[in-house]
Design a protein around this ligand. Sequence first.
Ligand code: CA
Length: 224
Amino acid sequence: MTNKTLSMNDALYEYLLSVSLRETEVMRRLRAETATDAMARMQSAPEQGQFMALLVQLIGARRCLEVGVYTGYSALWVAQALPPDGRIVACDTSEEWTSIARRYWAEAGVAGRIDLRLAPALATLQGLIDAGQAGSFDFAFIDADKENYANYYEAVLQLLRPGGLMAIDNTLWSGDVADPDKQDADTRAIRELNRQVHADERVAMSLLPVADGLTLALKVKSEV
Ligand code: CA
């Protein structure tokens, strides 16, 4: 017995999925199609998608943000967890990847819940703030270019309502964050974000060792 998080081996991971994962057939096919892409490691882990869908249900989210869509797997989980009038503003810059996403969202019957914005995410987020939508979102998932993580965090925090929840992906970055020899820009950006969130009294937070590290930050104050 240990009070540390278990190291996951393949057998234990397969077991975890076998008694936990409730992936739909459309999700399975999207994951299989994405696995053939050269950037497939950018796809969220299935158990992580399901966990975020649970969080969305837990807080009764209706208005969601996603920063970094890729082929739309996590947005599909979140969209299916929303009530029929729930919406996701989904930010990405890739027409190619999001065309795959749109195909599966349509097949799953949730395309109408996802408002895809093909533009740099910071511009989309600032546009929402400028349009008076600060403090109006319930849930946000950040999983995009790491060098902008601190900027996404600040913009998303403004857009969340008090009690709104943000999830940030890859915050353990394959373990590189704990290796002082790793000093590339992405690793440094994630370390800086981790320090920033940990010290930020505007949020209650926890960094979970789910998949590649998932930080949850709950907005606890209305003024940001
Ligand atoms: Ca990711």
